[in-house]
Ligand binder design. Sequence first.
Ligand SMILES: Nc1ncnc2c1ncn2[C@@H]1O[C@H](COP(=O)(O)OP(=O)(O)OP(=O)(O)O)[C@@H](O)[C@H]1O
Length: 221
Amino acid sequence: MADPILEVCNLHKNYDQGRIEALRGIDLSIDAGEFVAISGHSGSGKSTLLHLLGGLDTPTSGEVQFRGAILGSSISLDKYRCHHVGFIFQSFYLLPTLRAIENVQAPMLATGDGGSDREKRAEALLREVGLESRMRQYPNELSGGERQRVAIARALANNPSILLADEPTGNLDSKNSARIMEILTGLQKTRGMTLIVITHEPEIANSAPRHIRIHDGRIMP
Ligand SMILES: Nc1ncnc2c1ncn2[C@@H]1O[C@H](COP(=O)(O)OP(=O)(O)OP(=O)(O)O)[C@@H](O)[C@H]1O
């Protein structure tokens, strides 16, 4: 039976005082545990949509609901972002002065989650992404694929139910790209997470059970 975790209703997003219409009426329902790929040409509105799904920005009109709660109204964007969503970006965005294990603990510190268990939980997450031997390295001592694995562990820090990934393999070679997708789809299957991935790679888009194509701010039929 359908169990919507995210519902999007007539979503519009304008920039530049309405001169740019990045999203022009998106309706979308995503079930808990789904793996959805989003593709579309550059500038079509993919990242804008992902940012609104993740509560990183607010719509010009329309709404996003998380389990029936309207983002920014029935649930605060802060609470939603900190406890329910994990983000992964093409450029990793690790803090360069923190070791891998400290990067993973950062979101726990921000929310006050984890208590004295923080370090152990961060270790377990790094083990889950296969980085048990690289926990004490700084980001600049890690390869691109390893950095993205740290970013995935960090995205899991507060045990979110949704993972949002914006071109997570965009900076990686094909071997690392396959490894990252294997980890992400593994998390979707074993933890029952909802996985939403923006990608330009047809192989990844076609591997997802559901593939949404965006064109000029609308979902293509
Ligand atoms: N902060 C902003 N201010 C003004 N315009 C923006 C802003 N963010 C995005 N845009 C514009 O909105 C449109 C959609 O951008 P968006 O980043 O969502 O596209 P995209 O499909 O993710 O593109 P790409 O594949 O190149 O990352 C583009 O015309 C872009 O220039």
